[in-house]
Design a protein. Structure first.
Length: 178
């Protein structure tokens, strides 16, 4: 009820610059988060950083988003640096934002810090964010923590949102995590 998923810059050029193992892992977890958000009825915001240069959102994410694929373009690294995205965030009237996507040390970090400064609670999903270089990813995560953001994982946050076992939502989420 008080949470939104933000899918940040899961774009072709960014993922193709990564090692396949990492790109596949974060793409898979990003899709799991999207499917989980849909099951739980959470709003989803999708961004693309300069799509003319970095390409559009990758096909598995677009497929998972379905009707929710309405990307908001940005040039600012922080999602809070674009009026259209900031307005969409503020109009949701939610406090908690799950952040998944690219790149941890740039767009994820700056978004999390700006959201924290604006009074929101950003949760960076550790196994669903990445950078082209491992050191940059580590520095980004460490900087989010120092800035007051919270770190979680795909499975942890989905079960935290569920709160209890049982029911159709629990069964659907459990199937996603197999």
């Amino acid at each position: 009820e008080n949470t939104c998923l933000v899918v940040i810059d899961f774009q072709v050029a960014l993922l193709s610059a990564m090692k396949d193992k990492i790109a596949n892992k974060i793409s898979k977890n990003g899709v799991i988060l999207i499917e989980g958000a849909k099951i739980l009825g959470l709003p989803i915001i999708v961004t693309e950083q300069y799509p003319k240069g970095l390409g559009v959102t990758i096909p598995p994410v677009v497929t998972a988003l379905g009707d929710n694929y309405k990307p908001l373009e940005k040039l600012s690294f922080s999602i809070m640096g674009e009026d259209e995205i900031k307005d969409a965030i503020c109009n949701l009237k939610v406090d908690n934002f799950l952040l998944t996507g690219m790149e941890t040390h740039v767009c994820i970090l700056q978004s999390a810090l700006d959201m924290e400064d604006a009074g929101f609670s950003p949760y960076v999903v550790l196994d669903a964010v990445s950078s082209r270089k491992k050191l940059d990813w580590k520095v980004g995560i460490d900087s989010v923590k120092r800035g007051g953001g919270k770190i979680t994982t795909t499975e942890t946050i989905l079960f935290q949102l569920l709160k209890k076992a049982g029911g159709s939502e629990f069964k659907e989420i459990s199937q996603l995590l197999k």
